[in-house]
Design a protein around this ligand. Structure first.
Ligand code: NAD
Ligand code: IPM
Ligand code: MN
Length: 327
């Protein structure tokens, strides 16, 4: 059956890595319809609109979205459109796999509230952001994490600052209640997020699924990317309460290397693999990973991995390897 996929490269290296991820999808699924859209800060500078209602509607009507990255400058007048997309499509579960030889962790990040509640204001001599932890949002993210852990090694870590924040004490309380609903409750531990970040880096094999609030999940996932050799490697999926789903690398628009043909496209390519898996094609991910490994073994590694290959050199060889495998 045909599917409609929105391709949203966005800004900076998003424009360099997303086309390769899109080509990866096309190799497996030429029958799908691909709709390229423009959005982001560069689009805002050209048109005055970072995200049009039309583009948002196209996303809502699609089967899945392949997203690159967007630039969000620190400004009181310009808000992140990615947050708007996540909220409008109710993409509440941000799944960030941290996988490397001998390491297999999934970070489940609540994606709609916490410190990203959007409830904030400025006063004369201070600015305030309200950290919201609601029962509904907590129950659904904990349930998502429990179900994921059950399909894996059956262990759930809850990352909080429940010792200090009333909002996190609530998150933990709801988590325990949700866990206790199962007749055979999952093995679970709670760890304070500061100590957890270090322990994940030092003893990664202890972890299976980690669930946490929005901002903590954001920080934990960038730190944990260290275990995978950096941000160029880590994909993510954002799942919603309905069929909406968005797939994107964990990294941003990387203005420091944008336009220099140095970006590692692996995180974007792996995001395409997650998209295919979501739409029922699990076999494709195995071919994609094999083609990535073959490309590295052929000596083509990007600079972040200690190699000399440009984005284009890596990508040409990767697509060649992939086409050969798929034939
Ligand atoms: P970043 O993830 O863009 O970059 C952090 C560092 O990692 C940089 O040194 C960069 O060169 C490197 N890096 C990132 N991806 C890489 C890749 N694929 N290959 C090689 N190196 C890579 O984070 P930042 O610099 O803090 O933010 C830059 C902009 O991106 C900001 O405007 C920020 O708001 C935005 N951002 C967007 C997203 C998103 O769209 N999902 C995520 C994070 C940051
Ligand atoms: C991410 C990014 C975003 C976030 C920004 C760009 C809004 O850092 O996807 O990890 O904080 O969620
Ligand atoms: Mn982030």
């Amino acid at each position: 059956m045909t599917k409609t996929i929105v391709i949203a490269p966005g800004d900076g290296i998003g424009q360099e890595v997303t086309p390769i991820a899109a080509k990866t999808l096309e190799i497996f699924h030429p029958e799908w319809t691909y709709i390229p859209v423009e959005l982001g800060y560069e689009h805002y500078q050209k048109t005055g609109i970072p995200l049009s209602d039309d583009v948002l509607l196209t996303m809502k009507e699609s089967d899945a979205i392949l997203f690159g990255a967007i630039t969000t400058p620190p400004s009181k007048d310009y808000g992140s459109i990615l947050l708007r997309i996540r909220k409008d499509l109710d993409l509440y579960a941000n799944i960030r796999p941290i996988q490397a030889p001998g390491i297999d962790i999934i970070i489940v990040r609540e994606n709609t509230e916490g410190l990203y509640s959007g409830i904030e204001w400025r006063e004369k001599d201070r600015a305030c952001t309200v950290r919201v932890v609601s029962e509904v949002a907590t129950r659904r993210i904990i349930r998502h994490a429990i179900e994921l852990a059950k399909k894996r090694r059956g262990h759930l870590t809850i990352g909080t600052k429940a010792n200090v924040l009333a909002s996190d004490a609530y998150f933990y309380e709801i988590a325990l209640d949700e866990i206790s609903k199962d007749t055979d409750p999952i093995i679970h531990t709670m760890q304070y997020i500061d100590a957890l970040v270090l322990d994940v880096l030092q003893r990664p094999t202890r972890y299976d699924v980690i669930v946490t609030t929005n901002m903590f999940g954001d920080i934990l996932s960038d730190a944990a990317a260290y275990l995978c050799s950096g941000l160029g490697m880590v994909p993510s999926a954002n799942f919603g309460s309905s069929y909406h789903a968005l797939f994107e690398p964990v990294h941003g628009s990387a203005p420091d290397i944008a336009g220099t043909n140095r970006a590692n496209p692996v995180a974007a390519i792996r995001s395409a693999a997650l998209l295919m898996q979501y739409l029922g094609d699990s076999e494709g991910a195995v071919y994609i990973e094999t083609a990535i490994q073959n490309t590295w073994e052929a000596g083509l590694k990007t600079k972040d991995l200690g190699g000399n290959a440009s984005t284009t050199e890596f990508s040409d060889e990767f697509l060649r390897q992939l086409s050969a495998l798929v034939q």
